[in-house]
Each structure stands twice: as C-alpha cells, then as structure tokens.
Design a protein around this ligand. Structure first.
Ligand SMILES: [Zn+2]
Length: 130
C-alpha cells in the first residue's frame, strides 16, 4: 500500500524527538479550538508548505494533582486543511479523531506521575479531555 509522503526533512524528520523539536518551530497559522484543556491549531512548514494539525488535550487528575497532557501532530492533505479552515463551526473531537487513519502521526504523552514520551503513532484516535 503506497501512501502519500507528507512534509520534508525540516518539518517531519525521521526521529520522533527531532520531529517534535522541528514542529515547535512552526508558526501557528490557524487556531481552530482554544479551550484550557483542548487546543487545536494548524501550522505550516515554510520550507515545503505542508500543513500540520496539532491537538493538545489535558485531563484533570484530582488524585495526583498533575494533569496528564497529550499532544498529537498529523500532516493534512490540502483538502483536509481547507475543510477545517472553512468550516463554520470548530471541529468536534469525533471529526478530528477520524482524520488520517493509518497516516503517521506524532504523539507526545505526559501522563500524570509518568514520564514524558514522544513516539510515532498513526492517525489521531480517541480524544479525551476535561
Ligand atoms: Zn516541511
């Protein structure tokens, strides 16, 4: 199964940690959701023009006091990016979760009481937040 290539060596390098660092350098082009526990932005690479969807979710951990935080970054097709930008309403968790099944995404997890991990994943998947 061939899949389209996304991004370039600048914005989407092979190593997950390097990709996270590269992604932090991209500027925000659109803010789709801006809630305290749920933030969704679109960022674009100035080198290759690839648009990325970045999702931040946070849950409140009343037991440990450290709120688990999760980030997902996934490259978008031009059609997906346009659809999100032109939609009259902010995207729902379900709509975002259905984007790019099987497509390589970057996941950064900071679970409560756990250690920070950064790894390749696929798709967006279930989004849970407070
Ligand atoms: Zn790029």
């Amino acid at each position: 199964v061939s899949r389209p290539d996304f991004g370039c060596a600048t914005c989407w390098p092979e190593a997950a940690e390097a990709a996270w660092t590269a992604q932090t350098r991209l500027s925000t082009e659109h803010q789709l959701v801006d809630e305290s526990h749920f933030r969704v932005t679109l960022r674009r690479c100035v080198t290759c023009s690839q648009v990325f969807l970045k999702i931040f979710t946070e849950s409140v951990d009343f037991t440990h006091g450290e709120d688990p935080q999760y980030w997902t970054i996934i490259p978008l097709t031009a059609e997906e990016a346009t659809g999100l930008i032109e939609a009259p309403e902010p995207p729902s968790e379900a709509a975002l979760g259905a984007i790019g099944p099987g497509r390589r995404s970057l996941r950064r997890d900071y679970p409560s009481g756990g250690s920070l991990t950064c790894a390749w994943n696929t798709g967006v998947g279930l989004l849970v937040h407070d």
